[in-house]
Design a protein around this ligand. Structure first.
Ligand code: ATP
Ligand code: MG
Length: 566
């Protein structure tokens, strides 16, 4: 492709709202343009990079025995109502009606769609196992679209679904996809970690997330030094260190004027924060719920969601009125004599002589003890991990990192086949539910992860495997016939050898050409300058930037070799 013909609307200035490098460079390099919040057009260079990733994903899915299909982006509401996710997905789902008032959504994912397809088509165990996938546009009305195509409202996702007859072969299918994902992200040259994820709204019995490490990532992961354990912050188990044991003392109400926060109460009463129960006052799906955890910790909302099954968008903090309605006062909520659903972290049952709110203004109880003075639903672990926490069962402290979730795999078991009544007939002619898995890769988000990990101040540094073009030939001065002649010759030869190559044949100054070349990040570069008449060119890579003066034949050979090693 000739740059004189290429549609590449580069920008000199940094776009205003671009907070992270990938967003900034994709815009500046003329690779994407925003149409609306979280909705983007992919321009020629950007779309080529996306298609590179798409093809790597496709190849590895095909290698793993998955079969590509394409379902509509429009999905009928009925199947979502059947599974119960029409409501549960909440405001993130784009809903629409046709002219006959029939309801649809723009698919945010496709568990229901694939399950009903297979339910209606696959009758016998002889057709199983089955692994189907698609690479399709997904729609999510994200609360906070940001970072360009990293968190968009319209994006490309590869989603795969497996159907098996039992948990053992489901596990094999799951591990097969796990390995395929390793191959995909290796081929994208991403530095990533695989961690245990929370099944959350998806349901099922196990999941892993593939996290591309990046300081700009929205995800936090924890892992052990030896690499044996890794989990998302939501999922990470906490082994809480209890305060020193004490003999149970008598419950006593004390005056605590002005002491509302844990900090204030702990100082006022001179009691370890660990012994001051923290109340988190919530309304979950219309029900008033108070959660108690030790005062020195934070509540892990994902763990609470997974225990209660209430969706995140259905949870809010209690208002003053709610707190009044349960017979309490803000800052003084405690579990004794409270008119609300009470949920406690297990540690609360193990810490004696707690300080708790007395549900009375300016009063707390001291020496409150679980079982004797109050009760509640006990949940094994509701705590958010913190620096300093130990990897359970070891003496090692968790390490923390930030990253971008580029892939996610789930063991769904029979969750969707049961709710959608999807069965096959086994050897004995008996109807059984499918055991399912679902597997997603964020194709467009992966582009951003690659750029976050591969850029400098001047622009993108594409790995060859995902670069929109592998090589670029720059003619320094197009008024010099020798330079033009050699440039054209190299360009044609590279093309004939199957190299994806750009020719900068524009009438621009050398400085502009070099700047653009750095910005768009083409990995392998040849410059035809003054020594063209001797058949000499400058060869460099975007990553190293160091020029070497070599014969054009050697430069071509370098490129062929680099591309064959990608
Ligand atoms: P997140 O926690 O980032 O919102 P998710 O858990 O909702 O992601 P999944 O439902 O597992 O994501 O979707 C599969 C993959 O699709 C994700 O791993 C991610 O790579 C990609 N993805 C999800 N939401 C978006 C989005 N808004 N924009 C771009 N890619 C996305
Ligand atoms: Mg999400």
């Amino acid at each position: 492709m000739r740059l004189s013909k290429l549609y590449m609307p580069t920008l000199r200035e940094d776009p205003q709202d671009a907070e992270i490098a990938s967003h900034k460079f994709l815009l500046r390099a003329g690779m994407i343009r925003k149409s609306a919040s979280g909705v983007y057009t992919y321009l020629p260079l950007g779309y080529r990079a996306i298609k590179k990733i798409e093809n790597i994903v496709r190849e590895e899915m095909d290698n793993a025995g998955a079969m590509e299909i394409l379902m509509s982006a429009i999905q009928p509401a009925e199947i979502w109502k059947e599974s119960g996710r029409w409501e549960k997905f909440g405001p993130e789902m784009f809903k629409l009606r046709d002219r006959n008032d029939r309801e649809f959504c723009l698919g945010p994912t496709a568990e229901e769609y694939f399950t009903t397809l297979v339910r209606d088509e696959v009758k016998s165990y002889k057709d199983l196992p089955l692994n189907l996938y698609q690479i399709q546009t997904k729609y999510r009305d994200e609360k906070r679209p940001r970072f360009g195509i990293n968190r968009a409202r319209e994006f490309l996702m590869k989603d795969a679904y497996t159907f098996d007859t039992n948990p053992e072969t489901l596990h094999e299918a799951y591990m097969n996809m796990y390995r395929a994902y390793e191959k995909i992200f290796d081929r994208l040259h991403l530095d990533y970690k695989i961690v245990e994820g929370d099944n959350g709204a998806m349901g099922g019995s196990g999941s892993h997330e593939f996290i591309a490490l990046s300081e700009t990532g929205e995800g936090v992961i924890v892992y052990s030094e030896n690499g044996k354990f890794g989990a998302t912050e939501e999922k990470a188990p906490v082994e809480y260190i209890l305060p020193e044991e004490q003999e149970r003392k008598d419950l006593e109400k004390v005056h605590t004027p002005g002491a509302k926060t844990i900090e204030e109460v702990s100082n006022f009463l001179n009691v370890d924060k660990k012994r001051c129960a923290k109340a988190v006052d919530l309304v979950m799906a219309g029900e008033r719920v108070i959660v108690f955890i030790p005062g020195d910790r934070e509540l892990n909302m994902a763990k609470l969601i997974s225990y209660t099954g209430v969706a995140e968008h259905d949870i809010e903090m209690m208002s003053e009125e709610d707190i009044k309605a349960i017979g309490s006062f803000a800052g003084y909520t405690g579990p004794i004599g409270l008119d609300a659903r009470i949920i406690v972290d297990k540690s609360i049952t193990e810490i004696n002589n707690l300080v708790v709110g007395a549900n009375e203004e300016e009063y707390h109880y001291i020496n409150a003890n679980y079982g004797r003075d109050f009760e509640g639903e006990v949940v094994e672990d509701l705590l958010l991990v913190e620096e300093g926490d130990k990897v359970p069962g070891t003496d090692d402290e968790y390490k923390f990192a930030r990253g971008i979730e580029v892939g996610n795999i789930f063991k769904l078991g029979t969750k969707y086949s049961k709710s959608l009544n999807a069965t096959y007939l086994d050897e004995n002619g008996k109807a059984n539910y499918f055991y399912m898995g679902s597997y997603g890769v964020g194709v467009t988000r992966s582009v951003t992860a690659v750029i976050e990990q591969n850029h400098d101040d001047n622009g993108i540094i594409w790995p060859i495997a995902v670069a929109p073009y592998e090589a670029i030939v720059t003619i320094l001065n197009i008024k010099d016939d020798k330079q033009v002649e050699l440039g054209e010759k190299i360009y044609e030869e590279l093309k004939s050898k199957g190299i994806e190559v750009l020719l900068d044949d524009r009438k621009e100054r050398a400085g502009v050409k070099f700047k653009d070349r750095d910005l768009i990040g083409i990995p392998l570069r040849i410059t035809c300058g003054k020594k063209s008449s001797d058949g000499l060119v400058e060869y460099s890579t975007r990553r190293e930037m160091e020029n070497s003066e070599i014969s054009y034949e050697d430069a071509i050979n370098n490129i062929l070799e680099e591309v064959s090693n990608k």
